[in-house]
Design a protein around this ligand. Structure first.
Ligand code: ATP
Ligand code: MG
Length: 170
């Protein structure tokens, strides 16, 4: 009997989402059913979407794009809708692994409460793995997780004025 894990990728260094995608590919290759829910969607279509589409790994972009654009109420409503959708998919038991990408950020900026995010953990079927990503993970979520990895910023090309590049950042 498999034991579902709560896996957390946090910290200020690059690699949280890409590590989760690597895990998605590993899980898919092992025959697990994988769903990726993106809580804060970026402005452009990332390269990984084409790859995931080709494999048939389902990705749903929810949320309203970068949080510094648009009204806060709109972002709150979008985050709630994303939360409800996550809740439904977790309860369905149809998935072996669900990635909740950038959910930590939605919680950190108050679009979702810690209690709501903790609820997702308590309602899941015991064999389901959940992966949470995003900087500034709430301490309550770190406590609830089984596996926590902090990506630590040591250097990033942005610091030297190198702009985001296709295939590396998106
Ligand atoms: P990635 O998607 O590359 O794994 P991430 O999920 O760890 O990165 P986020 O916090 O989600 O990083 O930030 C998303 C975007 O910001 C990515 O384009 C990423 O390259 C960039 N980024 C991540 N860390 C840093 C950093 N320390 N300084 C500047 N930009 C960063
Ligand atoms: Mg990310």
């Amino acid at each position: 009997m498999r034991r579902g894990l709560i896996i957390m990728h946090t910290g200020d260094g690059k690699g949280k989402t890409t590590a989760a995608l690597g895990l998605a590919i590993r899980a898919w290759g092992a025959g697990l059913k994988v769903l990726i829910l993106q809580f804060i969607k970026g402005g452009r279509r990332s390269g990984e979407l084409a790859a995931l589409d080709a494999l048939g790994i389902e990705v749903r972009q929810m949320g309203r794009g970068f949080t510094n654009t648009g009204a806060l109420d709109e972002h709150k409503a979008a985050a709630k809708a994303a939360f409800e959708s996550a809740r439904k998919e977790i309860l369905s038991g149809a998935w072996d692994l669900i990635i909740l990408d950038e959910i930590n950020c939605a919680a950190k900026i108050g679009l979702l409460s810690a209690a709501e995010v903790l609820e997702l953990i308590t309602i899941r079927p015991p064999q389901m793995h959940l992966v949470f990503t995003g900087r500034d993970a709430l301490p309550e979520l770190i406590d609830a997780a089984d596996l926590v990895t902090e990506m630590k910023l040591i250097k990033h090309p942005f610091q030297n004025g190198v702009a985001a590049q296709a295939g590396i950042e998106f």
